[in-house]
Design a protein around this ligand. Structure first.
Ligand SMILES: [Zn+2]
Length: 113
């Protein structure tokens, strides 16, 4: 089961308590009546849908009910971090776990060749 950290409840909860709410950090045009139909369509309908790191809005619908932002890797489906709504886009912290232990196999006496 996937656990998601709610930045308001400050605990990891089951993914079943959350609902995806679209791409995060989409700025509404300041004077929306002055933009063209094409610009409005781009703002309203078009999303990046990037592979890899993406910033999304999520809602703790079966918990505190609040919206928050999350940085998620769409390839591994890992949540890299979550932070409160209204905060600017946060850089993803270094995990420090990039060094993988490489296991090697050494042939011993009796191994078939
Ligand atoms: Zn919550």
């Amino acid at each position: 089961m996937l656990l998601i950290h709610c930045p308001y409840c400050e605990e990891d909860r089951s993914e079943l308590e959350f609902r995806w709410a679209g791409e995060a950090h989409i700025a509404r045009p300041e004077n929306i009546s002055a933009i063209s139909d094409e610009e409005f369509a781009e703002f309203f309908f078009l999303r990046n849908n990037e592979k890899g790191l993406t910033y999304e809005r999520w809602r703790h619908i079966h918990g505190c009910g609040r919206f928050f932002n999350a940085a998620r890797d769409t390839v591994s489906d890992r949540f890299l971090m979550t932070y409160k709504a209204g905060m600017p886009k946060q850089p993803v912290p270094e995990t420090g776990a990039s060094e993988k232990t490489v296991e090697t196999y050494e042939a011993t006496e009796g191994d078939a060749r």
